[in-house]
Write a protein that binds this ligand. Sequence first.
Ligand SMILES: *[C@@H]1O[C@H](CO)[C@@H](O)[C@H](O)[C@H]1NC(C)=O
Ligand SMILES: *[C@@H]1O[C@H](CO)[C@@H](O)[C@H](O)[C@H]1NC(C)=O
Ligand SMILES: *[C@@H]1O[C@H](CO)[C@@H](O)[C@H](O)[C@H]1NC(C)=O
Ligand SMILES: *[C@@H]1O[C@H](CO)[C@@H](O)[C@H](O)[C@H]1NC(C)=O
Ligand SMILES: *[C@@H]1O[C@H](CO)[C@@H](O)[C@H](O)[C@H]1NC(C)=O
Ligand SMILES: *[C@@H]1O[C@H](CO)[C@@H](O)[C@H](O)[C@H]1NC(C)=O
Ligand SMILES: *[C@@H]1O[C@H](CO)[C@@H](O)[C@H](O)[C@H]1NC(C)=O
Ligand SMILES: *[C@@H]1O[C@H](CO)[C@@H](O)[C@H](O)[C@H]1NC(C)=O
Length: 753
Amino acid sequence: MACIGKWTLLMLITLLCGCSAILGQSEKRKVHIVYMGNSHANPEKATNLHQKVLAKVLSGKEEVSRLMVYSYTASLSGFAAKLSTTEAASISKMPGVVSVFPSSVKKLHTTRSWDFLGLSATSNHGFPTGGSDVIIGVLDTGVWPESESFSDKYLPDPIPSRWKGTCVSGDSFNSSNCNRKLIGAKMFPNGYEKGFGPITGSGEYRSPRDAAGHGSHTASTAGGSSVSHASLFGLAEGTARGGTPTARIAAYKVCWFDACTDADILAAFDEAVADGVDLISFSIGGSGQDYFSDATAIGAFHAVQNGVFVSSSAGNSGPKLATVTNAAPWLTTVAASSIDRKFTSSILLGNNLSYKGNAVNTIALSHPWYPLVSGEAIRNPSSPFADKAKYCYNGSLNSDKVKNNLVVCYGGLGGADATVLAAGGAGVILVDTFEFTSSIPSSVVGNADAEHILEYINSTRSPVANILPSITTVDDSLVPQTAIFSSRGPNVITPDILKPDITAPGIDILAAWPPVSSISGGRTDNRSSSFNIISGTSMSCPHVTGAAAFVKSFHPKWSPAAIKSALMTTATPLDGDKIFNEDGALGYGSGLISPIKAKDPGLVYDADTTDFALFLCGLNYTSEQVQLVSGFSNFSCPQDLPSVNDLNYPSIAIANVQGSLNRSIIRTLTNVGFSGSSTYTVQIQAPKGVSVTVSPSSLHFDAPYQRLSFHVNFQANSLPSEQVHLSGSLTWTDGLHVVRSPVLIWPASSKLK
Ligand SMILES: *[C@@H]1O[C@H](CO)[C@@H](O)[C@H](O)[C@H]1NC(C)=O
Ligand SMILES: *[C@@H]1O[C@H](CO)[C@@H](O)[C@H](O)[C@H]1NC(C)=O
Ligand SMILES: *[C@@H]1O[C@H](CO)[C@@H](O)[C@H](O)[C@H]1NC(C)=O
Ligand SMILES: *[C@@H]1O[C@H](CO)[C@@H](O)[C@H](O)[C@H]1NC(C)=O
Ligand SMILES: *[C@@H]1O[C@H](CO)[C@@H](O)[C@H](O)[C@H]1NC(C)=O
Ligand SMILES: *[C@@H]1O[C@H](CO)[C@@H](O)[C@H](O)[C@H]1NC(C)=O
Ligand SMILES: *[C@@H]1O[C@H](CO)[C@@H](O)[C@H](O)[C@H]1NC(C)=O
Ligand SMILES: *[C@@H]1O[C@H](CO)[C@@H](O)[C@H](O)[C@H]1NC(C)=O
C-alpha cells in the first residue's frame, strides 16, 4: 500500500509540473553492485542471467545495455548497474542475489597530499633476489611503463604460457609499452565514468598509464626490477628493487583522479583472477562494511578461492583504535612501520644552536639567514580563522608577515606548508609527529625542540634561521615503530579476528614515480623525478605482496592462507616499549615480516573455502547465502553454528569478554617442514590474569602435509576492567622452527568497544 501511494504521488507530481526533474531527482540512479556469489561454469549464461535480473526491475523502455556497467563472470557472478534505491531494493529480494550495495568510492592508502606526503627507504633491502615466474597483479592508478623498474632487460625468459592477460591501448599507452616484465596493463573506467562523467582533461590518462604515481610506486615496490643509483635528488640513494625482482607485473587501473569505485575494483579483481595472476596487491580502502557489501572483500574472496593471495593496506587512520579497513579474514591486512633509516633536515638558528628535524627536503635555500616568526605571532586578527594561526591554517595569517620568512607552524590541521607557500614564505618549521614531503623547504620537530625555537624567537629582536636540505641517515639502532598514521584494530566487523595481520615498511619508501607527477603533490611544485619517497600503508602493502611472491616462488602450490600463515608466524613482534608500539598487536599484528624465515615456517595454519564457509555460518549468514558465495551447491551450515574463534587463523583474539572467561578454541597445523618426522612443543605466554592451557601440548608429525589439531582453553575469573587489552602468545617450536601466534583478549568494558 505504502509503495503504491508513493508511486501515485510521484506520478501526480510529474503530471502536474510536466517535467521529469522531480521524478528524476527522487529516483536518481546510482551505480550499484549486485553480488550473486560464486561464478557459473558458463560466462555467457551468467551475463544473460544478469541482464534478466536487471530487466525485471526496468520498465520496457529502459534499456538494459544502457544501465549495465559491468557483468562479472570470471571468478564471481554479479553485475554493476545504474539503479534507483527502489530498483536496488527489489533486486536484493530476488533469489540468487547475495547482496546489493551502492558502488562507493574508495581512496588510495598513501599519505600523499598537498600538505602531507611521506618519506623514504628502499623498502626491501635485505630481501634476497631470486624467485621465479610469479605474476603480481596491482590494482591501483596504473603504471609508468618507461620506468627502469619495469625494464625487462634482466628477464630473458618468455612470458609464462599460462598468462592470459593483455595490454590495452588508450591515451598515451599501447601494447608496445608492455614487455617481459610488465606483462599486463588494463583499465577499468566504467564505474567512474557512469558515476562522475567522462575521463578527460589534464592530470589523467584514459589508459593504463599512471598520471598520479601511486600505482607505479606500489608495483615497483612489490616486484620492480633492480635499479642502481635510484634516489630522490640524492636522497635515499641506492638500489631500488621489488621484493621479488624477477616477478612479472600486471597493472589494473581502477583509480581515476584518485577515486577508486567499487564497480571498477570488482571488475579488476574478477579479470585479474581470470588472467592468471598469482598475487594481488591492493593499496586502496574505504570504510568498514559487511564483507558482502564491500567490493574488496567479495573480489578477494573469489581470488583466494582461486588460489590467488591478496595483500591489502590497513589504512592511514591511526593512531585511533578500530580504524583498520580491508579486514576480511581471507585478506592479508598490512600495517605500516618504520625502518632503520631516516631523513634529517637541520634547522640552524641565529644563536648558533641547531636542531635536527625530520623531512624529505630536497631544496636548499639561497640565503644564509631568513627572518623567523611563529604563526601564532603573525595572526590576522580580522580573519575568522585567527584562532588557528598557530597551525598556519589557510586564511589565519597576516600574509605580509609571511613573505620571505621562515614560519613555525603546528601540525594537526594540515595545509600549513601550502598556506606559507601561497603567501610567499621561504619555508616552514612544522611541529608534528610525522615528517612529510613539502613543496617548500620544511623540517619537522617535536614539542621539546619547538619550545626552544619559540624561546629563541622571544629572546631576540631579529630572530633568524635556516633550514638545510635533508641528509640520509642509516642507523642500526633504530628499531621498527608502528607508523603513527597506520590504522589500528580491533576489527570492527569481526572483533574476534585480529587485524591488522602483519606490518611492513611504510615510512619513507623510495620507488618508481612518473616524471609527470609532482613529487609533493603540490600544484605549483614542478620538481620531477623518476623515483619518489612516500609513506602510507599503501607502501607497506606491496612489501607483503613482494614477500608473499618470494614465498610463492619456492612453494607454488601453497594456498593463500598457507602463505599468509608462513608470513605471520615467522614475523617479529615490535618492541612494545617504544613509542607508537603501545597498541601491540592491534597496531602491528603478528609483527614485522621476515621473508627469509617465511620461506621455511615449519608449520602452517591453512584454511580453504570450506573453512571460510563455516566462518560465514558463524557470522549468521544463512546456508543459502553461504552456498551462493562458496559455490558449494549442497552446503549447509551445521546445527551448532561454529564459533568465529575456531577459524583456523594464525592469530587469536577473544573480544569483548563479559564477566568470567572460559573459552576453548581449536586450531589445526599442517606440517610443511620436510625433515621427515618432527616434534613440536608449545610455549605459552599467557595474557595477564588469564590461564591458558593447550592440549595436546606436544605434536608429533611423521609426514609432510600431515595435519594435527589442538585445543586452547582460556580461563579467567574476571578480566581486569581497566585494561585496554591483554596480550600474550602461543608458540610451537621443534628447536628449528618457531611458529608464533599473538593472543589478544579484551573485556567488554575496555575502551576498545
Ligand atoms: C604504439 O606505440 C608505438 C611507440 O610509441 C608506436 O610505434 C605504435 O605505432 C603504436 N601502436 C598503435 C597501435 O598505436
Ligand atoms: C656564532 O658562531 C660564530 C662563529 O663561530 C661566532 O662568530 C658568533 O659570535 C656566534 N654567535 C652567537 C650568537 O653566539
Ligand atoms: C585557501 O582558501 C581559499 C578559499 O577557500 C582557496 O581558494 C585557496 O586555494 C586556499 N589556499 C590554499 C593554499 O590551500
Ligand atoms: C613568547 O612570547 C609570547 C608573547 O609574550 C608568549 O605568549 C609565549 O609564551 C612566549 N613563548 C615562549 C616559548 O617563551
Ligand atoms: C619550476 O618552476 C619554477 C618557478 O615556479 C621555474 O623557475 C623552473 O624553471 C621550473 N622548473 C621546471 C623544471 O619546469
Ligand atoms: C548470531 O545470532 C545469534 C542468535 O541470534 C546471536 O546470539 C549471535 O551473537 C550472532 N552472531 C553474530 C556473529 O552476529
Ligand atoms: C554434494 O554434492 C556433491 C556433488 O556435487 C556430492 O558428491 C556430495 O555427495 C554431496 N554432498 C551432500 C552432503 O549431499
Ligand atoms: C568451562 O567450560 C567447559 C565446557 O563448556 C566446562 O566443561 C567446564 O566445566 C568449564 N569450566 C569452568 C571452570 O567453568
